[in-house]
Write a protein that binds this ligand. Structure first.
Ligand SMILES: CSCCC(=O)C(=O)COP(=O)(O)O
Ligand SMILES: [Mg+2]
Length: 239
């Protein structure tokens, strides 16, 4: 791993969350249990919410359930995906709603690695537009950035992308869709992620990539072959 990764100053930086700005273990050990214990409540008590109704249909379709599936069956399907850490869109939609309540009530505060928020502020101050692309839903991302240990960071983020409004994170077409939406040339966009498959997809779309390897985090051992790598955002030099 080199000390510094030097890249021509980009128009836009797009950040992954889990394993990149923030600890995967915090998400798995704090956020996942918080959502697990509230799936039934959100499905039953907010059944008329359009996002809940859409998620319900998607769970039935993707889980191979009948149209008359019970809340118990839906919850069992969601918990199965959670156990397998499958980042299914309906699971992420419901988690986003549940976590939004948790952040708003003060039950939850997000986690960021020590180097992440200073770099986000520095890049923003340098005039670089910042975006998020995460499997976490846009609602979850907004709660996450709105309730950090350093307060509300949402004003630093120009837009949020997830698997609903951009597409799967391991497919180049999603990165092309984001470039189109933000109106930036692909080669002037830098994507930071902990997952090689996501970096490969961004690279295929013509983006610059930086692999983030946080020692002790979930995907550290898998590495980010084919991409420059860093252990801290402090190692990125935009020139
Ligand atoms: C604040 S988003 C919560 C984290 C989450 O549920 C998730 O799936 C993050 O995945 P990522 O694409 O950011 O690695
Ligand atoms: Mg990640």
């Amino acid at each position: 791993m080199s000390d510094t990764v030097s890249i021509e100053k980009p128009t836009a930086v797009v950040l992954d969350i889990e394993g990149t700005t923030s600890s995967t273990w915090f998400v798995h050990e704090t956020l996942y249990p918080y959502s697990r214990s509230r799936f039934a409540e959100v499905l039953d008590e907010r059944a008329d919410h359009p996002d809940v109704a859409r998620a319900r249909g998607q769970i039935i379709e993707q889980g191979g359930l009948g149209a008359d599936a019970t809340t118990e069956q839906l919850v069992a399907t969601l918990n199965g995906w959670l156990d397998a850490d499958e980042k299914r869109t309906p699971l992420k939609t419901l988690q986003g709603l549940i976590w939004a309540d948790g952040f708003a009530s003060g039950d939850l505060t997000s986690h960021f690695f020590d180097d992440a928020i200073p770099a986000i502020r520095r890049w923003h101050d340098a005039g670089i537009d910042l975006y998020i692309f995460s499997s976490g839903s846009v609602a979850a991302q907004r709660s996450w950035f709105g309730h950090t240990p350093e307060g509300d960071l949402l004003p630093l983020i120009s837009a949020h992308f997830d698997t609903e409004n951009a597409g799967p994170k391991r497919e180049a077409r999603s990165y092309r869709a984001i470039a189109e939406q933000i109106g930036a040339e692909p080669e002037r966009i830098v994507f930071l992620s902990d997952l090689a498959a996501e970096l490969d997809a961004a690279q295929e779309a013509g983006w610059r990539t930086v692999g983030v390897r946080r020692k002790g985090d979930q995907h550290y051992d898998a590495g980010v072959a084919g991409h420059p790598e860093i252990a801290s955002f402090a190692q990125v030099a935009f020139q």
